[in-house]
Design a protein around this ligand. Structure first.
Ligand SMILES: Nc1ncnc2c1ncn2[C@@H]1O[C@H](COP(=O)(O)OP(=O)(O)O)[C@@H](O)[C@H]1O
Ligand SMILES: [Mg+2]
Length: 249
């Protein structure tokens, strides 16, 4: 982590150099992705493109199975397109070697998923700290563990989870789990937050509170790409694009 002091809790992008108006943070061009299962091929993305500018909150709206998660995974470097490019600040991440792609993901992207993806055997504090421990050697860990722990504690406290540090995910409500997942996503102060149906497993009221949290990060300067099948949820974003028939309309 090369970011500010642990007391700096706002996950703003303020200390990242802002992109110039002409250069998007993320730019997917003519992206194609087909899944192959034996002899069956499922073409999902058929030339999709999206441009995300610094500080923007973009919602990708599409029906179930339209390829929203697939597109988000490509933007976050969790998967590679069969054709087309995915640029982060002008560099084509789809051609990065595996370790470089890992570094891109760890350094610049925070993920939030519908089903939280917390590790059940770790407690809340450990789950939150996890991204900051990846790729950290023993010495660095010894040197920095207090700072890392402090940042995790600070985020969790801010998200109303101060009384939950030692709890396992199974002991939390859905809303609490998602708040932990957001804290974890912000742990390394990413430039982009990628949220895949972040309220999809929550009741309406809890979902609203999660969207309020995301909105707060947005106001603090974070760039956000959120996918959803729900028009109402999408309307919280600055801009909504539609994923239809493998393309962004
Ligand atoms: N790993 C995979 N292998 C095969 N098919 C997949 C895989 N992931 C997704 N699909 C299929 O691709 C389509 C798009 O999936 P997805 O991107 O998850 O859509 P969405 O997130 O919009 O619901 C669906 O038909 C899904 O069944
Ligand atoms: Mg999905």
């Amino acid at each position: 982590m090369n970011d500010a002091a642990p007391s700096h809790l706002h996950a703003t992008s303020g200390h990242h150099a802002p992109a110039t108006p002409a250069s998007p943070v993320l730019l997917a061009r003519d992206v194609q992705r087909t899944y192959r299962m034996g002899r069956v091929t499922v073409p999902v993305l058929k030339g999709a493109g999206i441009e995300v500018r610094h500080g923007e909150w973009v919602a990708i709206l599409g029906s179930s199975g339209s390829g929203k998660s697939t597109l988000l995974h490509l933007l976050g470097g969790l998967d590679r397109p069969d054709a087309g490019t995915v640029e982060f600040r002008g560099e084509d991440i789809s051609r990065f070697a595996p370790r470089r792609l890992d570094r891109y993901r760890n350094a610049h992207v925070g993920f939030v998923f519908q089903f939280y993806h917390l590790l059940p055997e770790l407690n809340v504090l450990e789950n939150t700290m996890l991204p900051a421990t990846i790729g950290v050697g023993r010495w660095e860990w010894l040197r920095r563990r207090e700072e890392i722990r402090e940042r995790a504690r600070g985020l969790l406290e801010r998200f109303g989870l101060a009384h939950r540090f030692r709890h396992r995910p199974a002991e939390l409500s859905g809303g609490e789990r998602q708040r932990v997942a957001i804290a974890r996503a912000l742990m390394r102060n990413p430039e982009v937050l990628l949220a895949d149906e972040p309220t999809g497993n929550l009741d309406a009221k809890t979902g609203e509170s999660i969207l309020d949290m995301i909105a707060e990060q947005h106001r603090a300067g974070l760039t956000i790409v959120m996918v959803t099948h729900d028009q109402w949820i999408a309307s919280r974003a600055d801009r909504v694009v539609h994923l239809v028939d493998g393309r962004v309309a």
